[in-house]
Design a binder for this molecule. Sequence first.
Ligand code: SF4
Length: 313
Amino acid sequence: MLSKKTIYLAQPRGFCAGVERAILIVEEALKKYGAPIYVRHEIIHNAYVVKDFESRGVVFINQLDKVPKGAILIFSAHGVSKAVRYEADERQFQVFDATCPLVAKVHAEVVSLKERGFQIIMIGHRGHPEVEGTMGQVDSSIHLIEHVPDVDQLTFDKDELLAYVTQTTLSVDETQEITAALIKKYPQIHAPKRQDICYATQNRQDAVKAMIPHVDIVIVVGSQNSSNSKRLQELASSLQVPAFLVDDPSQIKSEWFKSVKNIGVTAGASAPESLTSEIIDAINSRYRGSVVPMPGIEETISFSLPKGLLKAA
Ligand code: SF4
C-alpha cells in the first residue's frame, strides 16, 4: 500500500482582489450585454478560467482590429498602454477596464515621474503584458531592466534625475537585490513611496517561506504564463525544495512523491480555489493523506467594479 502523506496548505493562496475584480467584470459584462464580449489579452493568466469564459462566448484577442466596431471590449487585469487606449477610443468600442488598481497606481506613478523630468527604470520581465502596459504609459524616458547584472549596463550620469518602478508580481527577494544594486550605483535614485510589488505577491511568497521547513516538495497551482505563480515555484526551488507548477490534476506525476512524506500546496493569485481542491483530492486519492492548513494572513482587500457595471452587479 502507498504510504500516507501530509499536505500542508499555504495561507494565503489563490485569487487576489485584482483577479477577483477582473473575473467579476467579465461575468457582469456577459450578464448585462450577452456574448460576444471581447477581452484584450487573457483576462488573467489562468488556462482554466480562460477556457471557461471562451465556452461562454468571450473572445480573447491581442489585436484590436479583430474586434467589430461598437463591441464591448475589456482590458485585462495586467493593464494596457496609452496607445491601446487611444486605438480603442478611435474604433469606438465600449470599454471596461479590468486593470488591477495596483497596476493602475504604477501607471500613474510613471506618468507623474515623466512629467517631473525623471528618467525611469522599470524592473520587470520583458514581454510581460503588465510591463508593456506600464512602459507604454509614456512615449520615452523609460528603461527596462530584468536582473542585477543589467544595472552594470546602465549609462546614466551620476547626477541624472532617476527613479525606479517595478512590475507588481516579481520575486520580493530578487527585486531587493536589484534595487540595492541601483541605489549603490545611483544613490540619488528616487524609490516609490510604497513598494510596487503588491500585497498579494508579497503575502503568497511569505506563505511559501513559512511552509518550507515543514515540507519535502511544493506543488504550485497555476499556469506557466502566470508571473506570480512562477515566482512561487522559483522561491521554493531556491530554498532547496523541489517545486512543480501544475495547471490541473492530470499534470501531477507519481514519481514526484517517491520518498516524500510532507507535501506543500499553494496557488498563484490567478488560480481558482476549485483547482487547488481538485489537486489536493487527486493527491489524497492516491495516498490518503491528511490536510494541514498553515496559519497565515487572512486577506480582506477588495476593489470595486467600474461604474457602468456596478449597477448591473
Ligand atoms: Fe493586482 Fe497584485 Fe493581483 Fe496582480 S497579483 S492583480 S497586482 S492584486
